[in-house]
Design a protein around this ligand. Structure first.
Ligand SMILES: Nc1ncnc2c1ncn2[C@@H]1O[C@H](COP(=O)(O)OP(=O)(O)OP(=O)(O)O)[C@@H](O)[C@H]1O
Length: 231
């Protein structure tokens, strides 16, 4: 459903991505891995209309989206969950849900979120910034449920969270995948990403240096061959 063809992108005079090709099929889960500064966040931004490529082409279901802004991607079912959660800390949980709901019934959306994340049920009137890190990430993930997207792009969902909360977040991503939602997941924990994904892309210095099936590679291989961090 999503295709990046020879995408080059960057900021000001800095070129970050160079001729990147990437495809995500309907219902496919892609893990996007690579060292710090490799350009993973930049790739997600270029793939969802938040950063316009300098050259190359981004398309959704065959339609050229390269020059389109992010809200047009959203209208076509793309949900971008940025690093840093993308929630409004000074607004209440309910107000955040109202913004995520984008014109949908807020009560119904809030009920859906509470059903999915009972922990948020007693906190609807609380400022989102006063939630724990895990609860804030759950609130951020709510967007991917109440808007019924076809493609969800997730940047470092587990950053700073405990292993237990990370398990919960990954169960929810797996549930989205079971529903047939396509996912692109940037993750520092290679093992977790491999367990979820069908396809692995490894990025280094803004270029794709490996594409393959997640079943055909181990986390150790990825560290040794591509990330250069013996562990
Ligand atoms: N807004 C910006 N303006 C200028 N340069 C930027 C900007 N955002 C990122 N960069 C640079 O682009 C490069 C790639 O950054 P990016 O955040 O895409 O990498 P990443 O793989 O997601 O890294 P990390 O794992 O550390 O988040 C880095 O050298 C970074 O300094």
């Amino acid at each position: 459903m999503l295709t990046l063809h020879e995408v080059t992108a960057g900021y000001g005079d800095t070129t970050v991505l160079r001729d990147v090709n990437l495809t995500v099929g309907d219902g496919e889960v892609v893990a996007l891995l690579g060292p710090n500064g490799a350009g993973k966040t930049t790739l997600l931004r270029a793939a969802t209309g938040f950063l316009r490529p300098r050259s190359g082409r981004v398309s959704l279901d065959g339609k050229d989206m390269t020059a389109e802004p992010a809200h047009r991607y959203a209208r076509r079912g793309v949900c971008h969950l940025p690093e840093g959660r993308g929630i409004f800390p000074s607004l209440t949980v309910r107000e955040n849900i109202a913004i995520q709901a984008r014109g949908r019934d807020v009560e119904k959306s809030a009920a859906e979120v509470v059903d999915l994340f009972p922990a948020l049920g007693t906190r609807l009137r609380q400022a989102a910034g006063s939630l724990s890190g895990g609860e804030q990430q759950m609130l951020a993930l709510s967007r991917a449920y109440i808007t019924s997207p076809r493609l969800v792009v997730v940047d470092e969902a587990s950053l700073g969270l405990s292993p237990r909360v990370t398990d919960t977040i990954y169960e929810l991503l797996a549930r989205l995948a079971e529903r047939g939602v396509s996912l692109v997941v940037v993750e520092q924990y290679v093992q977790r990403a491999l367990a979820l994904a069908r396809t692995v892309y490894i990025l280094n210095h803004g270029a794709v240096i490996h594409v393959g099936r997640a079943n055909d590679i181990t986390a150790d291989d990825i560290y040794e061959k591509y990330l250069g961090i013996g562990h």
